[in-house]
Design a protein around this ligand. Structure first.
Ligand SMILES: NC(=O)c1ccc[n+]([C@@H]2O[C@H](COP(=O)([O-])OP(=O)(O)OC[C@H]3O[C@@H](n4cnc5c(N)ncnc54)[C@H](OP(=O)(O)O)[C@@H]3O)[C@@H](O)[C@H]2O)c1
Length: 374
């Protein structure tokens, strides 16, 4: 990690006037951004003028001096068979942490660098069995660090594409909310009593930049982001849960400190094959005969293929965990090239501003006229 990832001042983005009609050619905001296509680094011509700049809390930070050692701590990381969970486990092991990970099917990962216990967070019985297996694995030790990281993309339009597919849509949406939100609440509730209650104790969540950029804007329409409606909804719910839990634990006198890590576009298998939860039928390789969906899939897969290394998230966790007072919420990304393009930071920031412009509680320059106020 040799580059400076500290926040820098905001800069504007060019406008190009993308519309829903050219969704297919522009599909995939992050893909286009990742390959540097200027037309997608765009705000719709109809979007309201921006009065606000964003100052993202990007991590990891250059030169951040660790305040604490975490050597000898015990960490549990859900969804650690690959991707961000695996990278984080390896990074914490390098700090001398004992890491226990999870997978729905640990047998698929022979020779894994740390133990993987079976866990499907969307299935209550699996969580029950996991708690027992984990207690046995811990052998009387408590959990010092819990990283709720497991997750899947959820991809499809916000409504069923045909009445006959309404049942599939509903059951997949249910699975999505179990995977992105309810499952994490379930795991957290069951593991809180196993966590260290009297000293260093950390509870973290891999949420997403999507928790802050929820679409519903002209920019989203132009770039196919409404295909991620359920993912955004689940991540937003998880973000709210984590932030409420932080305050509740603090006011309860618990030493457990809560943070969220919110990555932008990372190079993992998140959008690959059947890893995502699809809200409409796809083939065995996760490809669709629906040209709109297929275009979005290809664009997002291309974007992730050149996204940031999972090591950025791992380093973010390593930094937060060695801070005396960890920040509550941080983005993993950067405005500095080539990282800005790789993690599509310009479009994420643009989307956030667009959302603010139509918010019921917009943040703007002090003294500026506020549309619709009474
Ligand atoms: N990649 C990105 O750009 C990005 C950006 C923002 C946020 N995130 C979030 O980061 C987290 C990790 O994703 P990733 O990018 O590393 O993707 P990934 O490579 O697909 O890894 C996902 C992990 O979650 C596990 N998992 C999936 N469903 C599960 C379930 N129902 N119960 C328990 N474990 C489950 C998987 O394990 P098994 O398949 O072995 O069960 C795997 O270890 C997710 O929460 C994702 O939403 C990723």
């Amino acid at each position: 990690m040799s580059k400076d990832h500290r926040p820098h001042s905001s800069s504007g983005d060019p406008a190009s006037g993308l519309s829903r009609r050219n969704l297919l050619s522009a599909a995939g905001w992050s893909a286009a951004a990742a390959v540097g296509a200027p037309s997608a680094l765009a705000q719709s011509a109809s979007a309201p003028p921006l009065r606000t700049a964003v100052a993202p809390v990007y991590f990891p930070r250059e030169g951040l001096v660790p305040e604490l050692s975490i050597g000898g701590k015990v960490a549990v990381i859900t969804g650690a068979s690959r991707g961000l969970g695996l990278a984080t486990g390896l990074r914490l092991m390098a700090e001398g942490v004992t890491v226990i990970g999870t997978s729905r099917v640990p047998g698929n990962y022979p020779g894994h660098p740390f133990p993987l216990l079976p866990l499907d967070i969307s299935v209550k019985a699996s969580v029950d069995a996991f708690v027992g297996a984990l207690a046995a694995q811990l052998g009387g030790r408590s959990i010092d660090i819990l990283v709720n990281n497991a997750g899947r993309y959820v991809i499809g339009t916000p409504v069923p594409i045909a009445p006959a597919l309404a049942g599939l849509f509903e059951s997949q949406t249910q699975l999505a909310m179990e995977t992105l939100y309810v499952g994490h609440v379930r795991v957290t509730n069951r593991l809180l009593p196993l966590m260290t209650q009297s000293a260093y104790s950390r509870l973290l969540f891999t949420v997403s930049g999507a928790g802050y950029f929820v679409g519903g804007t002209a920019l989203s329409e132009a770039n196919g982001l409404s295909f991620f409606s359920a993912y955004y909804s689940g991540k937003r719910a998880l973000l709210a849960y984590a932030n409420n839990l932080r305050g509740f634990l603090r006011t309860s006198g618990s030493p457990i400190q809560v943070s969220t890590v919110d990555p932008l576009v990372m190079n993992t298998a998140l959008p690959v094959g059947l890893n995502p939860i699809y809200l409409e039928p796809v083939g065995g390789s996760g490809n669709s005969t629906n040209p709109f969906l297929q275009a979005v899939l290809e664009a997002f897969r291309a974007a992730h293929a050149v996204g940031l290394s999972p090591d950025f998230v791992a380093e973010t966790y390593a930094q937060l965990l060695r801070m005396q007072d960890p920040l509550p919420n941080v983005l993993t990304g950067s405005r500095i090239e080539p990282y800005a393009t790789q993690c599509a930071s310009a479009l994420v920031e643009r989307g956030y501003l667009d959302e603010n412009a139509q918010s019921a509680l917009p943040i703007g320059a002090a003294g500026a006229p506020v549309a619709g106020s009474v």
